[in-house]
Design a protein around this ligand. Structure first.
Ligand code: PLP
Length: 382
């Protein structure tokens, strides 16, 4: 490899490449908002909600200020609180369990599947046992579609139905992904997503949205989004938030939506190249048959004990890596005291010890990716 190539560092994600591709369309979209001055509840917000609903195949979309607010608003709408248990995977971003704890309910952590990194349904059942033994009322499940891939929603729905629980799908990392050929948000459960810039479908600040087929619940969410307002704006009928998505972010997202399907296809090309280049050296991620991942992360598993050395070797070649997540939620200070499923969470703990994520974005070209693949192979064999 020549020295000049080696000295250029690779981007972990490349928001700038996407910005250049969209060019002046973004400037013009933001300019229109600066002209009409409806910075909150502007026409772009309504247009975005309608286009997202069509994209995902959902009846109603309620945009909001972040992915965390999306989760929290659903849990508030479901009236979970003290004494209630909400089951969620431990190997996830902290907002999954944090939103549960913020309502006063108890997150009960369950283990994940070693292949998909998503909720293990056998452990979910063991989580219900642990919740009841702790004297809690199980109310709901937060399923997570981690790193861009759908959880096993039919299996989770079967448990939820048998136990009378609601399912909230945390698709913060997986907007655009499909489950058995249908897009998340359009598969019948309530879905929450995030538009944080680093997510596969991100804006230029914070944002999020909730997808539901239930018109009454969508109305509850719209009320919660503005301080629990009712039909008389001086008589608030429930607790709520300042939970709105601002118009500028909606304008940006409308432009990004025009290229999103193309970006999803490009991410899948990148993932296929990684699988071909690395599949015989490390454990590469697998997508369940019938599903399409949006590859929020490309996360591999390393042989035990050499992750720091591996990351340092890649860094020396100008290749950034990241570890999602060095601690599962039940291993973190703020969440250690919450119950975990009977049988413990051995897979979450093993993943936290040996996963590492490689550069992944739709604009990762073949020569640059070849450098990443060569460096990974060198680091693993050397
Ligand atoms: C990013 C993320 C969230 C939170 O989204 P924000 O927009 O950052 O609040 C929630 N859950 C998961 C799994 C995430 O990755």
């Amino acid at each position: 490899m020549n020295q000049q190539l080696r000295s250029e560092s690779v981007s972990f994600i490349d928001i700038g490449a996407q910005r250049r591709r969209l060019g002046t369309s973004i400037d013009e979209a933001v300019g229109r908002v600066l002209t009409h001055c409806q910075f909150v509840n502007g026409p772009e917000v309504m247009e975005l909600e309608q286009k997202l609903a069509t994209f995902a195949g959902a009846k109603h979309v309620v945009s909001c200020a972040s992915g965390t607010d999306a989760l929290l608003m659903v849990l508030m709408g479901k009236r979970v609180g003290a004494g209630d248990a909400v089951l969620c995977p431990s190997f996830t971003f902290c907002a999954t369990g944090e939103s549960v704890a913020l309502t006063g309910a108890t997150p009960v952590f369950v283990d994940v599947d070693a292949t998909t990194f998503n909720m293990d349904v056998a452990s979910l059942k063991q989580g219900l046992v642990a919740a009841r033994r702790a004297g809690l009322r199980p109310k709901g499940i937060v399923a997570v579609d981690l790193f861009g891939q759908s959880a096993d929603h039919d299996a989770i729905a079967a448990v939820a139905e048998a136990e009378g629980l609601f399912v909230l799908d945390d698709a913060a990392q997986s907007f655009g992904a499909t489950y058995k050929g249908r897009r998340l948000g359009g598969i019948g459960n309530i879905m929450a997503t995030s538009f944080f810039p680093a997510k596969p479908f991100g804006c230029y600040g914070d944002g999020g949205a909730i997808f539901t087929d239930d018109a009454d619940f969508a109305e509850v969410l719209r009320s919660i989004r503005v301080h629990g307002q009712g039909s008389d704006k001086y008589d608030n009928i429930r607790l709520g938030l300042t939970g709105r998505l601002d118009t500028m972010q909606a304008a940006v997202l409308l432009q990004k939506l025009t290229i999103f399907e193309d970006e999803i296809a490009a991410r899948n090309v990148v993932a296929e190249r990684y699988a071909r280049g690395l599949g015989n050296m490390v454990t590469v991620p697998r997508v369940a048959a019938g599903n399409l991942s949006v590859w929020a992360q490309y996360t591999i598993r390393l042989p035990k004990g050499n992750r720091d050395g591996f990351a340092a070797a890649l860094k020396a070649s100008g290749i950034p890596t990241a570890v999602y997540y060095t601690k599962s939620m039940h291993q973190q200070t703020a969440y250690r005291h919450f119950p975990v499923a009977d049988g413990g969470l051995p897979v979450s703990e093993a993943l936290s010890a040996d996963v590492i994520s490689l550069p992944m974005h739709p604009y990762l070209d073949e020569p640059t990716q070849a450098r990443v693949i060569a460096a990974v192979r060198d680091a693993v064999s050397g």
